[in-house]
Ligand binder design. Structure first.
Ligand code: SF4
Length: 215
């Protein structure tokens, strides 16, 4: 990660520690983008349906930081036993060198465990022909994806520095951390803030280096 990007991420973490409502605002902002994308895609007659998961196999999903936080919030809403199981699966997944035919670690019984918080790439991956997905044939992505990207660009253009960097930085979902003490997933924001997105209220804890900046 570039030094300037890391600096902006660290700065965002400091702001969140000082003013927690900023973090809630950020999550609401991303949720609003997701809603807009969903309503756009609802109008299309795709072959995609519940239980079809050909597109959840063989690649490592990435999301921008606000998307990853929403994804974690869905994970943390699951019961503790399930969270532990997902964490173990995630650890095993990370150790697999070639993930070409390996299902995403967040897939369970053909369903995404954090479906409503899935990032843009999963939210918009759509096909008019299931057979092409099954055969892993390359196909032209529907034009509607371009429209979804325009929505994101327009919304994100309103975000000011340093928070805009969070919307421009993609990280793999495998970078999600797990706290073995309280058994919740969290995101380590540049070792400055540890963010535990929860359904009722997101918990944010000062990271290792926060004192250095908060003085
Ligand atoms: S995050 Fe969810 S929707 Fe995306 S590939 Fe993994 S299981 Fe599928």
């Amino acid at each position: 990660m570039e030094k300037e990007v890391l600096h902006q991420i660290v700065l965002s973490g400091i702001y969140f520690l000082q003013e927690e409502s900023l973090l809630e605002e950020l999550l609401e902002f991303q949720e609003n983008i997701n809603r807009k994308i969903d309503s756009l895609f609802k109008k299309e007659n795709f072959a995609c349906e519940k239980g079809c998961f050909f597109c959840c196999i063989g690649w490592e999903v990435k999301g921008i930081i606000p998307e990853v936080l929403l994804f974690i919030r869905e994970l943390n809403a699951l019961e503790e036993k399930k969270r532990v199981k997902i964490y173990e699966k995630l650890q095993e997944y990370k150790d697999i060198p070639n993930k070409e035919n390996i299902p995403c670690p967040f897939l369970e019984s053909g369903l995404c465990v954090a479906y409503s918080g899935r990032p843009f790439v999963c939210r918009t991956y759509s096909s008019y022909d299931k057979a092409l997905c099954e055969k892993k044939e390359t196909f032209q992505f529907p034009d509607i994806i371009g429209k979804a990207l325009d929505i994101v660009k327009e919304e994100v253009s309103l975000v000011e520095s340093p928070f805009n960097t969070l919307f421009e930085t993609k990280i793999p979902l495998t970078q999600i951390s797990f706290d073995k003490t309280n058994k919740y997933f969290y995101l380590n924001l540049g070792e400055t803030a540890y963010i535990y997105p929860l359904k009722n209220k997101t918990n944010i804890q000062a990271g290792l280096y926060s004192q250095k900046y908060l003085r």
